[in-house]
Design a protein around this ligand. Structure first.
Ligand code: NDP
Ligand code: BG6
Length: 487
């Protein structure tokens, strides 16, 4: 076994290489995020950003591509910032699937440069790119690697990718990104849980009835179907973003905010998740696929039309997850995500139990609602606590719901989640990144769901674009007298 020097977290990072620089993610997220960090003077002075892909682009064409990406943001371009930012940009033609495909990056002996390699590429290329970096001598001791989700298609492929990456980069140099962990409200959720005393005594099966996590999108799959058709909503959204949210909600208080303390607690949640079986799959989950419909007042094509052929891939999933431990026994976690739904909404609802006994008369009784904590991640960012209040006036006792916002207006620009995460990679802080055991445990659970679907022969049910998914998604909660919060 080769011994490599341990990374020095204080080593000044000189360069960021984005593999997949001509792709959708780089364009929509990476370049604007880096531009905004530079606008706030958060990038080191002598820091270069290298875009890498197979396309033959000259410097001017690459600058034009990045500029267009920044201009597409509502904030627009500040010429002073652009001058500084564009001076950092380089383009390097590279094919990571070829043994010598990275020769351009190593040109002129530029090998021992502490570099962040960002893989905005298909995960099937992650092993190849690490091998090519190693071969070209570009994986120096202070280099870091950032990997986009999904890492693999199932547990076996995830393990294989992680092993290939680990043969070149130690775990503490590997940053598995889940951009949901960089979202402002997700950070606020952690503050809410662990910086206050009064939620903790209620954060369990004695006070909480159930939890809902919804990630609803109005967008369809569009021209990403080549990727999406192989993955579907379960692997594209549940395995990563939604299970990360579930872990942060359900984990025990960590000893500190350090990366391993938090990740150890998330791992315990993943180990407690009840596996699906063929019988439970039918009862506890619903798959769906959008047909044509109307979204935001515009006609929307069916998924199969976009793909140009028949498909058994789900674009919607709703399921009930159970966490078998003392804190959460008997508390369902309902997860729902889909494309082409009625509105864009990412929301967590913590539904508390109803009063054990009401002292109020019949009229007030009608007004009574159980308390709930609603965490909105997007489009609005807010955390609100629904409390009951007396309706003012001299009339008989009537009650009303008071949604108490727990979020201070930030006043500033709403940041892209990638801005925070890129800064953390620069600072070598892995707390908001996913550890290898986490990603593999999440795959193990998701593989169980997929296997149960196969054994039970559950096809995706059709739903109209612009709706809230197949009827079965409502029945999933109605069976136990509950309902999705769809206001
Ligand atoms: P795209 O298909 O849009 O882009 C892929 C990029 O990879 C292109 O720049 C392509 O450029 C480059 N590429 C392909 N093959 C090679 C190769 N052999 N050597 C070097 N470069 C290559 O994908 P996305 O940007 O959508 O996704 C990238 C990654 O990010 C994936 O893992 C995806 O799952 C993940 N992701 C994407 C999100 C999104 O919203 N798009 C969200 C979350 C994660 P060229 O053809 O010029 O080589
Ligand atoms: C990505 C998925 O990881 O997350 C996409 O691949 C999805 O399919 C996206 O649209 C949603 O992210 P956000 O931040 O817009 O909710």
């Amino acid at each position: 076994m080769r011994l490599r020097p341990m990374p020095d977290e204080h080593a000044p990072i000189k360069r960021l290489v984005i593999f997949g620089a001509t792709g959708d993610l780089a364009e929509r997220m990476m370049f604007p995020s880096l531009y905004f960090l530079d606008a706030d003077r958060l990038l080191p002075d002598d820091f270069t950003i290298v875009g890498a892909a197979r396309s033959a682009l000259d410097h001017a064409a690459f600058l034009a591509l990045v500029r267009a990406a920044v201009e597409a943001r509502p904030e627009g371009v500040d010429e002073g910032v652009w001058e500084r930012f564009s001076a950092r940009l380089r383009y390097c033609q590279a094919d990571v699937s070829k043994p010598d495909g990275l020769s351009g990056l190593a040109a002129g002996g530029a090998v021992d440069i502490p570099t962040i390699y960002y893989l905005a590429l298909s995960p099937s290329l992650y092993g190849a790119v690490c091998g090519a970096l190693d071969k070209a001598g570009l994986a120096c001791g202070d280099c870091r690697i950032v990997m986009e989700k999904p890492i693999g298609h199932d547990l076996a492929t995830s393990r294989a990718i992680n092993a290939e990456v680990a043969s070149v980069f130690e775990e503490n140099r590997v940053f598995r990104i889940d951009h949901y962990l960089g979202k402002e409200t997700v950070q606020n959720l952690i503050a809410l849980r662990f910086a206050n005393t009064f939620f903790e005594p209620l954060w369990n099966n004695l006070a909480i009835d159930h939890v809902q996590i919804t990630v609803a999108e109005t967008e369809g799959v569009g021209d990403r179907w080549g990727y999406y058709d192989e993955y579907g909503a379960l692997r594209d959204m549940v395995q990563n973003h939604m299970m990360q949210l579930l872990c942060l909600l359900a984990m025990e208080p960590p000893a500190d905010a350090g990366a391993d303390s938090v990740r150890d607690e998330k791992v315990k949640v993943l180990k407690s998740m009840r596996p699906f079986s063929r019988a439970s799959a039918q009862q506890l989950s619903v798959r769906g696929q959008y047909r044509g419909g109307v979204v935001d007042g515009k006609a929307a094509a069916a998924y199969e039309e976009e793909k140009g052929g028949q498909s058994d891939t789900e674009t919607f999933v709703a399921l009930r997850a159970d966490i078998d431990n003392w804190r959460w026994a008997g508390v369902p976690f309902y997860l729902r995500t889909g494309k082409r739904l009625a509105e864009r909404r990412t929301q967590i609802v913590i539904q508390f139990k109803p009063l054990p006994h009401s002292i109020f008369g019949p009229q007030a009784q009608e007004d009574l609602m159980a308390n709930r904590l609603v965490i909105d991640l997007q489009p609005k960012e807010d955390i609100s606590l629904l409390l009951m209040n007396r309706r003012p006036g001299l009339s008989a006792q009537r009650l009303q719901a008071l949604p108490l916002s727990l979020t201070l207006p930030s006043g500033g620009r709403r940041r892209i989640a990638y801005e925070r995460l890129l800064l953390d990679v620069l600072a070598c802080n892995p707390a908001l990144f996913v550890r290898r055991d986490e990603v593999e445990l999440a795959w193990a659970w998701v593989d169980g769901v997929a296997a149960a679907w196969r054994e039970a022969g559950l096809p995706p049910k059709p739903y109209a674009a612009g709706s809230w998914g197949p009827a079965g998604a409502f029945a999933l909660l109605e069976r136990s007298g509950r309902a999705w919060l769809d206001e």
